[in-house]
Design a protein around this ligand. Structure first.
Ligand code: AMP
Ligand code: GLY
Length: 422
């Protein structure tokens, strides 16, 4: 089989690394990829939002499966594009239809979907500039902290958690008058949920589903979960507090109703559902849906999948999908993200990275890296994820921390407390 993976982060390196191990693979391409993905497959300089170019390439290279890493091509309708073209409709795009991608693309859509299906989540209200007064009244009728969410995609910056009522009111006004452009023309105001978060990834074809290894990521830039939100600074899998009893609740109350909810709305969904959860006094509630895998969660999820993943992807849409094993490694896996100094705000690129080859007992997944001549240089905020196994999370984390020291670049930063709350 020939596989094309879209994206250029640690998630895409982990996906291509896993798929490259399959005896069923002929060739894996990564578009555009990074300096790490070129070691497991072939990088292709495609604009992944140029669907025509992606289609032409796929036809030329006889691609069987396209795995879409980030949300942008999904929310822009790549699934529908391939399905609606006679010459590309037999290519399997792993990712939801345009309608399915709204679970991530619109917070309000996701909330309505959860209400419709009785899926536990924070109470909420939805407001636009026309209903600003009602929004203010909603804030005043509730106690803080106030959770304000831009409805649309806002590069991970669209969620504000504010203690002070006056500040929340003024933020609401700013959001509704275009603080995040169109993305905040609708704002969801949510009840604040207090608890421990974790991520569940479900691979589904709309009928059948498989639950991937459970993970927890660390989103804040600073130790002790302080400072600005990032894409994610590290992750751990499995998550000790997510035991069988918790997973049974998640499956019965959240995963199954999500799949039947897709069916009720007749939404085509052949891809990953990323369910961001929070455990409030032992009861799971949904914080958000995403329509893709998480990053850096994928860097701990893929290593823990023991079974060949390619036949599982290939079987999506067929009965066989339900029957194929998805065996998990019993060991723990942890990853720590090495980031550019200044990230998630302004940072420099093009710094020489050294020491990657000296890491022998961890898996080095590249994120924002680029090959320039003989050198690998930094090319993004999140640069490298160091993933390690251990008999327990502490051993896995300790090994990643040890090897994080071996890799160097100017202004390297990373969190040394991944897993601190577990
Ligand atoms: P999101 O972009 O929806 O993932 O939100 C970003 C982060 O904001 C989440 O990972 C949570 O830490 C936090 N968050 C979102 N919604 C809530 C909520 N209702 N209560 C408490 N924290 C929340
Ligand atoms: N790590 C969280 C995300 O990928 O959205």
């Amino acid at each position: 089989m020939n596989v094309l993976i879209l994206g250029s982060g640690g998630r895409e390196h982990a996906l291509s690394w896993k798929i490259a191990q399959s005896p069923l693979l002929n060739k894996v391409f990564i578009a555009p990829g990074n300096a790490g993905t070129q070691n497991v497959g072939q990088n292709v300089p495609l604009d992944i939002l140029d669907f025509k170019a992606v289609a032409e390439f796929s036809l030329t290279e006889k691609i069987d499966i396209i795995v879409v890493g980030p949300e942008a091509p999904l929310v822009a309708g790549i699934y529908d594009y391939f399905k609606n073209r006679e010459d590309t409709k037999s290519i399997k795009v792993v990712g939801p239809s345009l309608e399915g991608s709204k679970l991530e693309g619109s917070k309000a859509y996701g909330k309505v979907f959860m209400m419709e299906n009785n899926i536990p989540t924070a109470a909420y209200g939805e407001f636009t500039s026309e209903s600003l007064e009602a929004g203010i009244a909603h804030l005043r009728a509730n106690e803080g902290p106030y959770v304000l969410k831009a409805d649309g995609l806002a590069a991970g910056k669209g969620v504000l958690i504010i203690d002070d009522l006056a500040e929340a009111e003024s933020e609401l006004k700013e959001m509704l008058s275009g603080k995040f452009g169109d993305a905040s023309s609708t704002v969801v105001i949510e009840e604040f949920l207090d608890g421990l978060e974790f991520s569940v990834f479900v691979l589904t074809d709309g009928t059948r589903y498989k639950v991937l290894p459970i993970a927890k990521d660390y989103k804040r830039i600073g130790e002790g979960d302080t400072g600005l939100n990032t894409g994610g600074m590290g992750a751990v899998s499995p998550v000790p507090f997510v035991d069988d009893a918790m997973m049974q609740k998640v499956e019965e109350r959240i995963i199954k109703p999500t799949i039947t909810g897709l069916q009720k709305r007749e939404i085509e969904y052949t891809g990953f559902v990323f369910i961001g959860l929070i455990s409030v006094d032992g009861e799971p509630k949904v914080i958000e849906y995403n329509c893709r895998l998480g990053d850096p969660e994928t860097e701990v999820v893929m290593p823990r999948i023991k079974s060949d993943f390619l036949p599982v992807l290939a079987a999506l849409g067929r009965n066989e999908f339900g029957k194929l094993p998805l065996e998990q490694d019993d060991r723990s896996c942890a990853t720590v993200m090495l980031v550019s100094g200044g990230y998630p705000e302004a940072y420099e690129k093009g710094k020489t990275i050294t020491g990657i080859d000296t890491v022998k007992d961890s898996i080095v997944f590249h994120a924002g890296t680029k090959q320039v001549g003989d050198e690998v240089v930094t090319n993004g905020g999140r640069v490298i994820a160091v993933s390690s196994f251990g008999d327990n999370k502490d051993e896995a984390i300790a090994l990643s921390m040890k090897n994080a020291e071996l890799i160097s670049f100017d202004k390297k930063n990373y969190r040394k407390d991944i897993g601190f709350d577990l």
